[in-house]
Design a protein around this ligand. Structure first.
Ligand code: NAG
Ligand code: NAG
Ligand code: NAG
Ligand code: NAG
Length: 427
């Protein structure tokens, strides 16, 4: 008897059959080479852990319904119940793990001392795909929350070996931020933007890349901006789909006096709606992450609901249950606390990194804006930061605005994103 999961606006049907045992040949364990150098890594999650998580999903008990339109207060109970059943009965981590191991080359490395405020060696998991092209440009790609290195899975092959040889090619380096995916979380406070920047500059240096491009999004944008500030001479181009500039005091005064342009007004009103109506997660993560982490670390489906609300708000892609579960699971496995807490270390620096300055960094900056938040009309212009506001803190050399793509363009509109990236380097 097939059951149906309403996933956002798309309907996915799947058969509710009994669980097939999660079992494939166990891959090799990570090489724990003590030297601080990149070494090959194979993803191999403890099968008892996966089984424990599956068990927890099987006993998920949703909140009682209150009668109102779906998504008024959060992800609907019926949808969460359906996803829980899928997780317990059909979700196949072993197949996902095997695919990720087969499609990409994984490594782990250690950064011995990320900075003044954090002196503990830190392990970083990353994907490294080298192009066969001699003219390939090294590019580091930095994700945010709720995401991992897999955000880039649809664009990596074409960036590394473009089918059309007239397009630029790249050596791609895609890490998991500390506390995400297979990069362990910091074990003490202090891994702020400058320390994150040192971690990834060290990673590129370990790989022998002197000059490279940085692509950033979401919290990764804060890391990218910090790399521009601290390691700018190594960066040939900073590409970002998340150049978020909040209105400064002058803008707020102009807005109150009806002096902002129509574009500025739409942007200000959109981000105000985002922060007041949909931004609770970010306030919580930046203030008391542990108070909510106990519940989220205890309940994989509860955590999935927390992640799913944000994905539903900012994505214009239809997810299937397996993709949603994988995205949540990759943040659940290292411990939710470790990744949600990174807001506390990174987010407060957003305003200063994007504030107006007379002498701004010279690093050429490519700004991509993707819209398409069709289910949430109040935030429709929230990515359309006026170009002049971006130019307060960056040397903007490329600017493109699209009405589709949402917050995860690499997953929603990979071809559009590829064409932008190629256009930037064709200049
Ligand atoms: C896997 O996890 C179980 C308990 O969850 C533990 O007893 C076992 O030692 C772990 N195995 C490995 C290889 O880490
Ligand atoms: C806001 O940014 C503008 C540049 O567009 C600058 O002239 C102004 O001084 C800034 N205001 C504040 C309070 O920083
Ligand atoms: C700004 O415009 C609104 C309506 O568009 C009006 O109600 C308000 O009085 C105006 N404020 C100023 C300071 O002009
Ligand atoms: C911006 O970047 C371009 C390209 O590298 C460079 O030629 C130019 O001097 C930079 N401009 C500023 C103001 O830094």
């Amino acid at each position: 008897m097939p059951s149906r999961c309403l996933i956002g606006t798309a309907v996915w049907a799947f058969a509710c059959i009994t669980a097939s045992a999660v079992a494939i040949g166990a891959p090799i364990s990570p090489d724990r080479n003590p030297t601080y150098l990149p070494r090959p890594y194979t993803i191999d999650v403890n099968r008892s852990r996966i089984e424990d998580i599956r068990q927890r999903a099987s006993t998920f008990s949703p909140s009682l319904d209150i009668d109102h339109p779906a998504w008024t207060d959060g992800p609907p109970s019926s949808e969460m119940m359906c996803l829980a059943r899928y997780w317990a009965e059909e979700y196949d981590w072993a197949a996902v793990q095997s695919r990720i191991n087969t499609e990409f080359d994984h490594y782990i490395t250690t950064v011995p001392a990320p900075g003044e405020n954090y002196r503990i060696p830190l392990d970083i998991h990353f994907i490294h795909q080298q192009s066969s092209r001699e003219d390939a440009i090294p590019m580091l790609m930095l994700h945010g929350w709720p995401s991992t290195s897999l955000e880039w899975e649809r664009v990596i092959p074409d960036l590394v070996e473009p089918k059309d040889p007239s397009n630029p090619a790249f050596h791609i380096v895609v890490p998991d931020l500390p506390g995400y995916g297979f990069s362990p979380a910091p074990t003490a406070p202090g891994l702020g933007p400058a320390e994150h920047a040192t971690v990834f500059a060290s990673l590129m240096q370990q790989l022998g890349y002197e000059r490279y491009a940085v692509y950033s999004t979401d919290l990764g944008f804060i890391v990218g901006m910090s790399m521009v500030a601290e390691h700018g001479r190594n960066i040939v181009n900073h590409i970002t789909d998340f150049y978020l500039v909040q209105p400064n005091a002058t803008d707020v005064a102009r807005y109150s006096g009806n002096k902002t342009t129509a574009e500025e007004t739409r942007f200000i009103e959109s981000i105000n709606v985002f922060f007041t109506a949909y931004g609770a997660y970010l306030t919580l993560h930046s203030t008391l992450p542990l108070s909510v982490a106990h519940a989220l670390d205890d309940s994989p489906v509860g955590f999935l609901a927390w992640v799913y609300q944000l994905i539903h708000t900012v994505s214009d892609k239809a997810y299937n249950p397996s993709e949603l579960i994988t995205q949540a699971l990759l943040l659940y496995l290292p411990g939710v606390y470790g990744n949600i807490r990174s807001y506390k270390e990174l987010f407060p620096s957003l305003a200063s990194l994007t504030a107006y300055r007379a002498a701004k960094p010279e690093v050429p900056t490519s700004v991509l804006q993707f819209g398409g938040f069709t289910s949430y009309p109040g935030i429709q212009a929230s990515t359309y930061v006026p170009r002049g506001w971006v130019e307060r803190s960056a040397n903007v050399t490329f600017f493109a605005r699209h009405d589709v793509g949402g917050h995860f363009p690499a997953l929603s509109e990979p071809q559009l994103l590829l064409e932008d990236i190629w256009a930037i380097f064709a200049q």
